[in-house]
Write a protein that binds this ligand. Structure first.
Ligand code: GRF
Length: 203
């Protein structure tokens, strides 16, 4: 059984897609045990409550430093014996302590085709740059910002009249498809990482 802890700061639509897929039986061998938010009152917390997943709020405001908040998140995950950490719109860069606590066991979803448009507002960056194709990426998290080995990508065309919002809406549909699939593959032990390359082994 892979015990999954999810970190989120926002509306929680990716978390919803993950737990929905799990509840429907599409992520066998997984258990979503906790949703941790760094902000009170986020949509992701409501999603978790709706599914009966435990919620924890650890706001940096309640800690003396950024490091102390991060240590509390690590402790909360360890207390629940979490094997896999899924970032789902978690708006904080993880420090080396966090990465070291869960080596090769942190996933993230990003709304662009990495290594293009890392960081914030990947969809806005794509529209402003004028690319013809963008999409979504699920990747392992390393110490950089959106730099870890790529697991799955989905590409979609950028239309001439796309705004940040219209593009983001189409990318989001792909996010909701590929993130549960990547978690399913992880839980099945089908992701083999060597250096930057992630190979998906046959069933
Ligand atoms: C998504 O666009 C995701 O790619 C990015 O943050 C956003 C989170 O949205 N990392 P939601 O909270 O899952 O709806």
């Amino acid at each position: 059984m892979t015990r999954i802890g999810t970190l989120a700061s926002g509306r929680g639509s990716n978390f919803n897609a993950l737990v929905d897929a799990w509840k429907k039986g599409s992520i066998p061998g997984a258990e979503f045990v906790v949703l941790i938010s760094d902000k009170p009152g986020t949509g992701a917390l409501d999603v978790a409550r709706g599914f009966g997943v435990e919620t924890v709020t650890l706001s940096p405001k309640d800690f003396p430093s950024r490091e102390a908040q991060e240590e509390a998140v690590i402790a909360a995950l360890r207390d629940r014996k979490v094997d896999l950490v899924c970032l789902a719109g978690y708006m904080r860069i993880l420090g080396p302590k966090f990465i070291g606590a869960f080596p090769g066991r942190i996933l993230n979803i990003h709304p662009a085709l990495l290594p293009s448009f890392p960081g914030l507002h990947g969809q806005k960056q794509a529209v402003e740059y004028g690319v013809k194709v963008s999409g979504a990426t699920v990747h392992f998290v390393d110490a950089g910002c959106d730099t870890g080995p790529v697991i799955i990508q989905a590409a979609i065309p950028v239309l001439d009249d796309d705004s940040e919002e219209t593009l983001a809406a189409r990318i989001l549909k792909e996010e909701h498809r590929i993130y549960p699939e990547a978690v399913r593959l992880f839980c099945r032990g089908r992701l083999k990482v060597s250096g930057r390359h992630v190979r998906i082994t046959p069933e």
